[in-house]
Design a protein around this ligand. Structure first.
Ligand SMILES: Cc1ncc(COP(=O)(O)O)c(C=O)c1O
Length: 265
């Protein structure tokens, strides 16, 4: 039997990282001291409030279908969080779509923004799912190197600028980064935003670690002038609330994007 071309696009180098991840997990299980630089999986318990609410929901039968774009109260809460983080006071629940984890939100954003013939710029080092998540659409994933310092794990805006072609449609990166943990400065984000505005690009800003910043401040690129309409901000409870297994993530973007994302969902 034959499979679709899509499955071929999530094979190859983009997936090899997961073979390494599985091998590392197996070595960990065998007692070796291994640091995983793939997924961030906090080993704390989820907040008591969330656990109690989930148990209550199960006991009271509140576990049926929610609205496709997410439970209205949750969309409200995420919109409020986004207003607070970005200062974008007109962010409404209509700008939010709730999905099964940030990974699903990244995949949804990818399918909504990219297609064959497009290019998406992804700075290295990158989260291990990105090559397949964006490449699955048929778009070419163009990786740009880290800033030119031996020890640097930061996004290099100059490398991004050099990589733009007429086919470029989007820039995708995590801030704070994984692996590496770099929290991008205002100047770095402004330089990335300049490129996006100048070439009319989408930005996929994966901010799942935004609440785990212990030095300095985290800035959302969506907050910069002219960026709200071209930025998809990805969030999740996996890291901030140690709820990775609960699969609660979201995307915040222009209402046109969330309409497409809802239909896709
Ligand atoms: C940068 C980044 N984005 C997304 C994810 C996936 O998060 P979620 O559990 O919400 O799908 C991870 C998980 O490690 C991550 O490190």
């Amino acid at each position: 039997m034959r499979y679709s071309g899509l499955v071929d696009r999530i094979a190859g180098e983009g997936c090899a990282a997961w073979d390494l991840h599985r091998a590392a997990r197996a070595a960990q299980a065998a007692g070796r001291d291994i640091l995983l630089l793939t997924v961030g999986d906090p080993d704390l318990p989820a907040p008591v409030l969330a656990r109690d609410a989930a148990v209550h929901a199960l006991h009271t039968g509140n576990a049926r279908y929610a609205e496709t774009a997410g439970h209205p109260a949750l969309r409200q809460a995420i919109a409020a969080l986004h207003r607070c983080r970005t200062g974008l006071q007109d962010t409404q629940p209509e700008n939010v779509v709730v999905l099964a984890g940030a990974q699903n939100a990244l995949f949804t954003a990818s399918l909504c923004l990219l297609g064959p013939g497009d290019e998406v710029l992804v700075p290295e080092p990158t989260y291990a799912t990105y090559p397949a998540t964006f490449g699955v659409t048929g778009a070419t994933v163009v990786s740009t190197g880290p800033a030119p310092r031996a020890s640097s794990l930061r996004v290099d805006p100059e490398a991004l600028a050099r990589a733009v072609t007429p086919r470029t449609r989007a820039i995708a990166f995590a801030n704070p980064g994984n692996p590496g943990g770099a929290v991008l400065t205002r100047a770095e984000l402004e330089a990335i935003a300049d490129i996006a505005r100048q070439h009319d690009l989408w930005v996929v800003a994966d901010e799942v670690y935004a609440d785990l910043v212990y030095e300095g401040e985290h800035l959302s690129i969506a907050a910069l002038p002219g960026m709200a309409g071209r930025t998809i901000t990805i969030g999740s409870l996996s890291k901030s609330h140690a709820m990775a297994g609960w699969r609660v993530g979201w995307a915040v973007g222009p209402a046109g994007f969330t309409e497409h994302a809802e239909r896709l969902a």
